[in-house]
Design a protein. Structure first.
Length: 273
């Protein structure tokens, strides 16, 4: 049996908002597997504060930027070891150099980004150099690129969360920014229900059925209840179906189609520390 430490329990509690004893029990039953423990808590009807934990990261900055032609947007993460360094002006300036280079060169992936040059050196080499200057291990751990007729980017205060969004047609910059902020605030899992991965749908149905049975519903009815909860999941967790944060009487899709009935979101990326 896996040994469950107080630190592990505290981490799960921070991720989910569930009680300490419930977290300990869930980790014990799942042999310390955090993803399985979160699912177990949900199946047992626990109210989870965060349904989808963001990717693991330590400290650092998350930055995004639009390319000069306005057709591409990039997002990068520069990690460090401590919050103290993450707030250091030189460290932040280095992160901005990297996102500037990413927006200018729009490499295809993270490995290609690290080969881009800034100040006469590759980003990979400059990260090593800055590690010696700053005194902490640094790493460019994340990079994504979106493309479209209109793109937008948003960096939340504190440089710990950023988003990029692309659209299929031209859209007013202010409205595009509203959607990028929506992604930051509401953390959708996909653009629409049609783009939700099948494994996510299967898991939501499994959890919804388990919750219904936990509530005392018969198994044949529990399946129907699970599908009803899946539709609620689509409404709450897919971008176009979400209530628009600035006016919850309309959806995000309705908001952007006020500009053009054929407008839609191509893609989005969101990353937070």
């Amino acid at each position: 049996m896996a040994k469950i430490s107080a630190k592990d329990v505290a981490k799960l509690r921070k991720m989910t908002g569930a009680g300490m004893m419930d977290c300990k029990k869930a980790l014990t039953e799942t042999e310390g597997n955090f993803d399985e423990a979160i699912d177990l808590l949900r199946k047992k009807g626990q109210k989870i504060a965060s349904k989808r934990a963001d990717r693991d990261a330590t400290e650092g900055v998350v930055l995004s930027k639009i390319s000069t032609d306005g057709k591409k947007a990039v997002i990068i993460t520069l990690n460090c070891e401590t919050d103290f360094v993450a707030k250091n002006e030189d460290f932040i300036a280095f992160g901005k150099k990297i996102v500037d280079a990413a927006a200018e060169n729009t490499p295809a992936n993270l490995n290609d980004l690290k080969k881009v040059t800034i100040d006469g050196k590759t980003i990979e080499d400059e990260v090593i150099n800055q590690t010696g200057v700053i005194g902490e291990k640094l790493d460019v751990s994340y990079y994504e690129l979106v493309e479209g007729e209109t793109v937008s980017s948003y960096i939340h205060h504190g440089n710990r969360l950023a988003t990029v969004v692309s659209f299929n047609k031209e859209l007013d910059a202010e409205k595009a920014k509203d959607v990028a902020m929506q992604v930051a605030a509401m953390n959708p899992v996909a653009v629409s229900k049609d783009s939700v991965p099948q494994e996510v749908i299967d898991k939501e149905l499994e959890i919804g059925k388990a919750q219904a049975i936990e509530e005392g519903k018969p198994e044949d009815l529990a399946g129907k209840i699970a599908f009803g909860r899946l539709n609620k999941f689509f409404k709450e967790s897919t971008l176009l179906a979400q209530a628009f944060v600035k006016d919850n009487k309309k959806t995000v899709e309705q908001y952007i189609k006020e500009s053009d009935k054929d407008l839609t979101v191509n893609d989005f990326k969101r990353y937070s520390l």
